[in-house]
Design a protein around this ligand. Structure first.
Ligand code: BES
Ligand code: ZN
Ligand code: ZN
Length: 465
């Protein structure tokens, strides 16, 4: 996709933004947020996108509106468009460019397996009276393309997107940006006694990996943030096999991994002066004769023993080992994990917000702020002592399924399990099982299928703090 900055609209298709309180509304157009209308003129097609009341307009409003606009361009089977940025005085140029972000995100479609490829956007002219710089355009593009990259990883077949392939993706990122990548394979995982990762990955023909990416933007500091992404490349449930209806989308169980890879891709290109370590425990939770058993007890890397009560509660197991290992090796100042961890978070929040669990109010508040700004919302959930008590085992130190009634506080008890491995390091766990995947039709910048949730949220947080 080519993006150009122009002073006048060069394309005969134009996206224009209208406020509800604008003095000159086009006929039969109210300018409400979400409203879109295509008007064929004599020499141009105007696509009007409503932004609602000007004082209430946020970056998200603009991003969503432009995404809807670009979808009209695609419906018209056009490849070029001029996006005429609105003038919003209180918005910086970068904030105005959330329209461009919306255009790139809104035109995404996973077409790899479609024999007939639909029209795609070839050129976007960004038209503004402001002096938008090439750097600002490039920053916007880098972030939006990283989201689309994460979407591609999740949408890909699970037979392709194996733990080894995720490792290859990490290595490719390092080639283009100089980040250090370490891949621990099944032999290393065995030797290092990362027994929980070993257990979950054991019965798959695609052996597990622990992938580590180190981004060092500030050589003078040792301080680093640890990002962990759940990388279950397919979750069959293991011997606690998932029923039909619950397994169909389980190639998306590596959406946490995809999100952190998207974040690292952007960091490698934007080169901010911060240090970020990224860890991806990658496993295929398969059913088979070598699959781990329920009732068995494994010793985690941390040293805590874990009674396996369900092989389908595998995410917390691999996250635990990844966190323990990286805690020891990198001594992070804070930990943020993203994981499609529980179906229960969908019951609580649907796909409207991801669940946030944290032992640190300041970290939680900053993340919630970034969520509001990017539209990748977070809702904080509790980590009461009762939930921690519920994951204590009678026969081992911990159990991977809570003792509460089936289905009760499922997301909080999963988070409470992970909490046992974080020590007193400020930590945030983001349960993205509801937000990583969109089963229905596109919603503005959020496409059907993989959404790329988390990339914008975490980048906003990291680049601000
Ligand atoms: N990967 C699933 C969670 C999930 C559910 C992700 C729906 C995306 C959509 C996770 O590994 C899982 O199976 N969780 C179980 C936990 C239960 C066994 C305690 C669940 O949510 O049912
Ligand atoms: Zn599972
Ligand atoms: Zn899972």
């Amino acid at each position: 996709m080519k993006i150009r900055i122009t002073k006048t609209a060069k394309s005969s298709i134009r996206i224009l933004f209208i406020f509800e309180d604008s003095k000159k509304l086009p006929p039969d157009f109210k300018g409400t947020s979400g409203e879109v209308s295509v008007r064929h003129g004599t020499d141009a097609v105007n696509i009007y996108c409503g932004l609602g009341k000007e004082e209430l307009c946020t970056e998200r409003t603009l991003k969503t509106a432009c995404a809807k606009g670009i979808q009209k361009v695609l419906e018209l089977k056009k490849e070029r468009v001029s996006v005429i940025l609105p003038e919003i005085k209180r918005f910086s140029s970068m904030e105005l460019l959330s329209a461009l972000k919306g255009a790139i995100l809104g035109s995404y479609k996973f077409v790899k397996y479609k024999s007939e490829k639909p029209v795609s956007i070839d050129t976007i002219d960004v038209v503004s009276s402001r002096s938008i710089t090439v750097q600002e355009i490039s920053r916007t593009e880098i972030i939006a393309e990283s989201v689309n990259y994460a979407r591609d990883l999740v949408n890909e077949n699970a037979h392709e997107m194996t733990p080894a392939r995720l490792a290859k993706e990490a290595k490719n990122l390092s080639k283009s940006s100089g980040m250090k990548v370490t891949v621990l394979d099944e032999h290393d995982i065995n030797r290092l006694k990362l027994n929980l990762i070993k257990a979950v990955g054991e019965s798959s023909p695609y052996p597990p990996r622990l992938i580590i990416i180190e981004y060092t933007g500030n050589l003078r500091s040792k301080e680093n943030v640890l990002l962990v992404g759940k990388g279950v490349t397919f979750d069959s449930g293991g011997l606690n096999l998932k029923p039909s209806g619950s397994m169909e989308t389980m190639r998306s169980d590596m959406a946490g991994a995809a999100a952190v890879l998207g974040v690292m891709k952007s960091l490698g290109a934007l080169k901010p002066k911060i240090n970020v370590t990224c860890a991806i425990p990658a496993c295929h939770n398969a059913i088979g004769s070598k699959a781990f058993f329920t009732g068995d007890i494994y010793k985690s890397y941390e040293g805590l023993t874990v009674e396996i009560c369900s092989t389908d509660a595998e995410g917390r197991l691999i996250l635990a080992d990844a966190i323990s290992y990286c805690k020891k090796r990198f001594k992070p100042a804070s930990i943020i994990d993203l994981a499609t961890l529980t179906g229960a978070i969908l019951i609580s929040l649907a796909d409207t917000a991801a669940g946030l669990f944290s032992n640190d109010d300041e970290l939680a508040a900053k993340l919630i702020d970034s969520g509001e700004k990017t539209g990748e919302r977070l809702w904080r959930m509790p980590l009461y002592q009762e939930y921690s008590d519920s994951v204590k085992s009678e026969i081992a130190d911990l159990r991977n399924l809570s003792k509460l009634k089936k289905g009760y506080a499922g997301s909080s008890t999963a988070a409470a399990f992970i909490k046992e491995f974080t020590g007193d390091i400020p930590w945030a766990h983001i349960d993205i099982a509801g937000t990583a995947w969109n089963d229905s039709s596109p919603k503005g910048e959020i496409p059907q299928f993989a959404t790329g949730y988390g990339v914008q949220l975490i980048l906003d947080y990291l680049l601000k703090n």
